[in-house]
Each structure stands twice: as structure tokens, then as C-alpha cells.
Write a protein that binds this ligand. Structure first.
Ligand SMILES: O=C(CO)[C@H](O)[C@H](O)COP(=O)(O)O
Length: 285
């Protein structure tokens, strides 16, 4: 019956679906009020999983999108939509999202992420940091010990006017061949984000974790090796860069202890579907 065996693409789709359904089952509580919905092909199944719970489950929930694809998914599923800047303000502060679900391009062993393969990284980061709890969903190809191992470039959202200077600066920082992402095959010219910006894909050698640093290896890029936090710090300082696709630092649970609510970029858990139908969960330590 080999002719009836699912092909590789179908196995990947079912892996994404399994991860999304399990993540929703484990992390979406019936009492949640505000829920972030990310972008990409795996998040489609997150919305499917929520819709499958029936209208009464989500009747008191409001869904916050990370871009136009995500907005369309929320609307098509008949869920209540609210833009990030339109959520209620209590005691002078916009209410936190109870949970946000999003895909990822690569996830390292400390739950740092590369995002932006779908060019939605800026709003994705805004939604992630507005959530008490951020959950990543992916298929197991995205699991990696260090970022820039499998997904070899960091997506960077830039003001178009600044792109030539940012490209030069990235080269000076050790990125061998950063390029402005093309919109082809669907759009001639550059890929334009939901925010009217461009994306630069900047290759870097595998990124170090703080625990990789030693007296000999300080992770500041001088020997080509950047530690994630140091690289992120340098990149966001560059004029013209609007946001970067590195999600790093601490997660929502740690943020409360640090008094840094609304600054947590990392997920508290990542769900990976495998081609064999299993779901592997990587929880924050
Ligand atoms: O960051 C993203 C878009 O900017 C996506 O979440 C990421 O590219 C993963 O997408 P997919 O689920 O299709 O693999």
C-alpha cells in the first residue's frame, strides 16, 4: 500500500496541525479573555483548533491579530477581532493578553526564536510582549540547538529609505551577504510588510547562548560568533531598523518576577509536531 502513504508535505501539515491542537488544548483556558493570534501556516491550525471548540467556548474571548493574514483567519473563523491598540484600558494600562500563539522559523534549546519568515515579525513581537503567556507552535524541523543553524538568516524589518545603509552596517558586523527580500513570485520588487517596510534577511553564523561564553569566546562578533543578546542589542541600535526577528531574553512568567511585564519576547513553551504524529513539548526551564 506504499502508493497510499502520505507524502512528505502531507506529513508536515499533519505535524503542524497536531502541534497547534495540542498547544490550544494545553494553554487556552475557557476563562481567557484576550488571545493573540500569530501569522504563518501553522497558526492556521491554531485558529482551526479554537473554532473546533465551538462558539460557546470562545463567546467571551477577543482575538488580537499580528497582521493582515491573521486578521483574515480570525474573521473567517467567526471569532471576535480587536486590533492591538483597541483593547480596553484598565487603570491607564491596556489589558494584557492572556495568551498568544504563534509559529516560528527556528527555536533553540533555550526557547529563543527566529521569526519573520512570513514578514510579520514586527506585529508578532508587539503581540508576544503584550501577552502574559506566549506559546510557539511548529513542526519538528524548526527545533535546533542554536539559532541560525537551520534557518540561516535573521529577518530584519527596515525603513526602505535606510535599506542600503543598513545592508552596509550588517556586512560590517559580519553578516556575509544580507539581502532585501524579494516579493517574487507574487509581487514584483521588494517584499513590503503590513507596516509598509521592507525585510532584510541577514545571514549570521550560529548564535551563541550566554552559557557558551568563556574567557576565550566573548560572543561580540569579533570572531564571527555573536551571542544572541549582544547581537540583538547591536541590531536594534542601528538607525533604520524597525524591528528584528530575534525573540530572546526572558518569557512572560519570568517577566513578572523581573517587573518587566510587556517586555517578554520568549515563549513559555514550544510545541513541535513530528512526522510520526507525536507532539514534543519544550517547556521553559
Ligand atoms: O514568523 C512568522 C511570520 O513572520 C511565522 O510565524 C513563521 O515564519 C513560521 O511560519 P510557518 O508556521 O508557516 O512555518
Amino acid at each position: 500500500m506504499a502508493g497510499n502513504a502520505p507524502n512528505a508535505a502531507a506529513l508536515i501539515e499533519s505535524a503542524k496541525k497536531a502541534a497547534a491542537f495540542q498547544a490550544v488544548e494545553d494553554h487556552l483556558s475557557p476563562t481567557d479573555k484576550f488571545v493573540g493570534i500569530g501569522s504563518g501556516s501553522t497558526v492556521v491550525y491554531v485558529v482551526e483548533a479554537i473554532a473546533a471548540k465551538g462558539p460557546s467556548f470562545s463567546a467571551n474571548m477577543t482575538f488580537i491579530p499580528t497582521g493582515s493574514q491573521s486578521k483574515g483567519l480570525i474573521r473567517a473563523a467567526g471569532l471576535r477581532l480587536c486590533n492591538l491598540d483597541e483593547r480596553p484600558v484598565v487603570d491607564g494600562v491596556s489589558v494584557a493578553l492572556d495568551v498568544a500563539f504563534d509559529g516560528a522559523d527556528e527555536v533553540d534549546e533555550d526557547l529563543n526564536l527566529i521569526k519573520g519568515g512570513g514578514a510579520c515579525l514586527f506585529q508578532e513581537k508587539l503581540v508576544a510582549v503584550a501577552a502574559k503567556k506566549f506559546i510557539a507552535v511548529a513542526d519538528s524541523r524548526k527545533q535546533s540547538p542554536r539559532l541560525c543553524t537551520k534557518w540561516k538568516t535573521i529577518p530584519i524589518e527596515v525603513l526602505p529609505l535606510a535599506a542600503p545603509d543598513v545592508l552596509n552596517r550588517l556586512k560590517a558586523m559580519g553578516s556575509p551577504n544580507p539581502v532585501v527580500r524579494s516579493g517574487l513570485p507574487s509581487k514584483a520588487g521588494e517584499c513590503v510588510t503590513d507596516n509598509g517596510m521592507w525585510i532584510i534577511d541577514a545571514p549570521f553564523p550560529p548564535l551563541l547562548l550566554p552559557k557558551d561564553l568563556t574567557a576565550e569566546v566573548d560572543g561580540n562578533g569579533k570572531n564571527g560568533a555573536w551571542e544572541i543578546g549582544k547581537l540583538a542589542e547591536e541590531l536594534v541600535k542601528l538607525p533604520g531598523i524597525v524591528e528584528i526577528g530575534l525573540f530572546h531574553g526572558f518569557n512572560g512568567v519570568q517577566a513578572v518576577g523581573l517587573g518587566k511585564e510587556f517586555q517578554a519576547q520568549k515563549p513559555v513553551a514550544a510545541y513541535f509536531g513530528t512526522p510520526s504524529g507525536q507532539v514534543q513539548v519544550q517547556n521553559a526551564a
